[in-house]
Design a protein around this ligand. Sequence first.
Ligand code: NAD
Length: 256
Amino acid sequence: MKTVLITGSTSGIGLGIAREFAKTREYNIIFNGLELNGADIAEGIGKEFGIQVYFDKANMLQPQDLREMVAAGILKFGKIDVLINNAGIQHVSSIEDFPDDKWNAIIAINLTSAFYLSKAVWPGMKNRKFGRIINIASAHGLVASEFKSAYVASKHGIVGFTKTLGLEGAPFNITCNAICPGYVKTPLVEKQIADQAKAHHMSEDDVVNKVMLLKQAVKEFVPVETLGQLALLLASEHSGTITGAAIPVDGGWNAQ
Ligand code: NAD
């Protein structure tokens, strides 16, 4: 059995990716997230698929929590083979009104947590000559949209971080790749739809069709299953030559 640690896996994309890993029955899963029922969610998936799970409520803002989560995961399962840095937050505001604390939290959660976690899993991966680090960036890791300065900066940052670890990991069969999704209908995006509808006096349908999906050639939200299947491929033994890549799954947004 391999072990995968997925941050922010008690909601949205992280949970969807965890389900795809669980379906294979080839992974122990370390769940993480701030949802109060996180332990129950993890246990539910463990029972549904007959796999071992562990839930850790490490806060991405606390480096010590992150080191302790990795240590606890290794104690429980012996090793961490795959790290998926997925936890993330968003805040939409013009630069002049952008709250300082939101900027700092977005950079810390979306970017800096991946640094602490990658650093913590690295020695084990290096010793075993196998490791897979997958960063859930965003289409906003490759292009910008207005009013998302911190988010776009954090996601461009993680794409750069991904490239660097791809190079550093090459001698040890550690790969590092970023998945760059377009819009996925999760609680994070549902909140944005509601906020934008209010701010622009539009219906929620108009926000989806005239604002969000405007830049995607495929006018559909990206299914979490697609992201899970791609993550499984990147996690596999066969993906050793895919590294340092930022892979768009964005309905053609970045093709334009
Ligand atoms: P979500 O809000 O459904 O889930 C985010 C998860 O991160 C939750 O489990 C939450 O508890 C966790 N989290 C947030 N802050 C945390 C903290 N301080 N410590 C620990 N956990 C924390 O959001 P989502 O849409 O599933 O987003 C997941 C990732 O995918 C994010 O990095 C996001 O930027 C990225 N992404 C989302 C979309 C989209 O359209 N939904 C598109 C591209 C990229």
